[in-house]
Design a protein. Structure first.
Lengths: 351, 295
């Protein structure tokens, strides 16, 4: 969607509602909002018919959505591709595990873990992004270097076996990873089973609403302007480097949110979460859904996570081949993404 | 004296490894502004082709050539079917070649199983003082120089090289002059793939051969490309592998292999911060100055 189209579409209402109904996502008609509300309602009532195990599984399909949304913001809206979102996912997970695991008795220990996990992801992204964006490198360098970052992090975490790699009382665990990570707690409530499910749904909805407002707000529009014409945006007085760095840090923090939810889900984390195969997955979710639509990315992330879970739990060795072929096919035949293409086609037919 | 030679040997092997890992990638990037993320898997295919040939009794040097030709042909197929649709869309090309790499890695696992028997390192070792040096690695270091010289010859002295450089500088103008830019791109991609296959086959005896072996080349190869930049293929490859090896050799010697690779990444960050176009842009800078001085 071009910047020109954005300025033509006059936003209605005011405040958050106006931002949410801005032009930079699919699903702006009243009908679409009704479908969205119905979808959310069904997620909210789902646990009534589901066992705790099923609800936890559904939460697992959902928990990668913040990371995917962050990549959608960066790549689809900002034109900056990152292959290393999983690195920030892993950093948040590991740091949470270290902090929360060292404060098992403090009531606020897990929350300090959340803050430091997200802070570590954002700090790593800020330092790494400073070198990349303030150098104004060519577009292909960002994905390459972020991929190398993720791979090196995975290699490093794999080397952390043995007692010398124990932080406080938490061993990092090398290839076997970190186990027994405590779940979030508020008073006597521990976020497991149904509580974890509702936490995940809530976090995902908040991330989506927040980002949808963000891309329709001024900052988001500047980001899209940089994607469309970097030089012109710069001549209009915006610091392109700072805006890109800001989006990069935001996307990394969102990847950290997914990492935190992941360690809540399984109470463990291994170096493979930031390995080459995992690093490919966020790109697949975003590309297949449609990178310049947050909603399409969210839907696609949910469905593809379900697909890979089903494939891998059935012991299917073709999972990676299928995912790779899906990526190639989408890039060749539906470069806008499957969900976006379908949505736009349906919308046109109704007109 | 032997210590100095040993250090030089370490430096040479590291630089040769970086250069071999990255050469095919740099050729494709420099000419077509496309990053082939399936590069590591192309190297894996080269290693597999060489191993399969050696197992059937083919002498190793011939097996290496077979691997290069086979992967080059495979590169043509990939270019015609997929990559040519992504010229001018660098991010799209990155993503689609990543999809190809996933298919190739897992596909090799399914087709050929998790292990291939290793190839013995040809040649023995020569001793100097208390140190011994692998003849094969010495040969690889020399071969790197030969490969670069051959590439320089192709680009500077052949008709293909002239047309390729024309297509690289201004594709539309080259087309208007009757150069079949499409063919040039195809040939360049095939050349890059063949170099990847060649490197994979050459490095096969020095490593374990497995479906996901391509992954170990990803970090060094891509860092070399980033540091080298796309402005000049030969200068970028040589300058980048030399500089990186200069950093990596002492760090890896003192703190271990992983620290060596980490030092590569940190060097890359510093280099792009100072020279966003990579070390090959230094050459361009001096050329421009001498041109300006001539005027």
């Amino acid at each position: 969607m071009s910047v020109a189209a954005a300025s033509r579409a006059a936003p209605r209402g005011s405040g958050l509602a106006r931002l949410l109904n801005g032009p930079h996502d699919i699903g702006r008609t009243p009908g679409a909002w009704a479908v969205l509300a119905a979808g959310l309602a069904s997620f909210l009532v789902y646990p009534h018919w589901a066992t705790a195990f099923q609800a936890t599984n559904v939460a697992y399909y959902l928990l990668n959505i913040p990371m995917a949304l962050g990549l959608s913001l960066l790549w689809g809206y900002g034109g900056v591709l990152s292959f290393g979102q999983v690195a920030f996912f892993a950093v948040a997970g590991y740091v949470y595990g270290i902090v929360a695991g060292n404060l098992p008795d403090a009531p606020w220990g897990t929350w300090l873990g959340v803050v430091s996990g997200l802070g570590a992801s954002a700090a790593l992204a800020a330092v790494f992004g400073y070198f990349i964006f303030y150098a104004r490198v060519a577009a292909w360098i960002v994905p390459i270097l972020t991929l190398v970052l993720a791979l090196l992090l995975s290699t490093f975490l794999g080397l952390t076996a043995g007692s010398m790699w124990t932080v406080g009382q938490v061993p990092l665990g090398g290839y076997n990873g970190m186990t027994g990570i405590p779940a979030l707690q508020v008073g006597t409530l521990t976020f497991q089973d149904y509580a974890f499910y509702y936490l995940t749904v809530g976090v995902v909805v908040l991330c989506y609403i927040g980002l949808r407002a963000w891309v329709n707000a001024h900052r988001g529009q500047v980001l899209m302007a940089i994607r469309e014409d970097t030089l012109r945006t710069e001549l209009l007085g915006y610091d392109v480097r700072r805006e890109q760095l800001r989006a990069f840090v935001l996307a990394a923090t969102l990847a950290g949110v997914s990492g935190l939810l992941y360690v809540q889900w399984g109470n463990y984390i291994t170096p493979s979460v930031t390995g080459l195969q995992q690093a490919a997955l966020p790109v697949v979710w975003v590309a297949v859904g449609g990178r310049d639509s947050l909603l399409a990315v969210a839907i696609c992330t949910f469905l593809l996570n379900q697909l890979s879970y089903v494939l891998s739990s059935a012991g299917n060795q073709y999972a990676l081949v299928i995912i790779g072929a899906l990526l190639v096919a989408v890039m060749m035949f539906a470069p806008e993404g499957i969900v976006v293409t379908l949505a736009r086609r349906t919308w046109r037919r109704r007109r | 004296m032997p210590e100095a030679v040993s250090l030089l040997y370490q430096f040479g092997t590291n630089a040769a490894f970086l250069l071999l890992s990255a050469l095919g990638l740099i050729v494709i990037l420099g000419m077509m502004n496309i990053i082939n993320l399936a590069h590591g898997e192309f190297m894996m295919l080269g290693a597999y082709a060489a191993t399969a040939s050696v197992q059937r009794g083919v002498p190793f040097p011939l097996a290496v050539l077979i691997a290069a030709v086979a992967v080059g042909l495979f590169g043509v197929v990939i270019e015609r079917l997929i990559v040519r649709r992504f010229y001018g869309r660098e991010l799209g090309a990155l993503v689609v070649t990543w999809g190809i790499s996933l298919i190739l890695g897992q596909g090799a696992l399914l087709l050929f199983g998790p292990f291939m028997p290793p190839i013995a390192i040809p040649g023995g070792a020569v001793a100097l003082g208390d140190y011994s040096f692998s003849v094969y690695w010495l040969f690889l270091i020399v071969l790197c120089g030969v490969l670069l010289a051959a590439l320089a010859f192709v680009y500077r002295a052949t008709r293909f090289g002239l047309q390729a450089r024309a297509a690289m500088q201004n594709a539309r103008m080259a087309r208007a002059l009757g150069i079949r830019v499409d063919r040039i791109y195809m040939a360049t991609f095939a050349l890059g793939a063949a170099l990847a296959g060649l490197s994979g086959a050459l490095l096969a005896p020095t490593t374990s051969i497995a479906p996901f072996m391509g992954q170990q080349f990803v970090a060094p190869a891509f860092i070399t490309v980033v540091v080298g930049g796309g402005a000049s293929v030969i200068g970028g490859a040589l300058g980048s592998s030399g500089l990186l090896s200069l950093v990596q050799t002492p760090v890896a010697f003192l703190f271990g292999t992983f620290s060596g690779t980490l030092a590569l990444l940190l060097t890359a960050l510093v280099v792009i911060r100072l020279l966003p176009g990579g070390v090959s842009s230094i050459g361009r800078y001096f050329t421009r100055r001498s041109l300006a001085a001539a005027r």
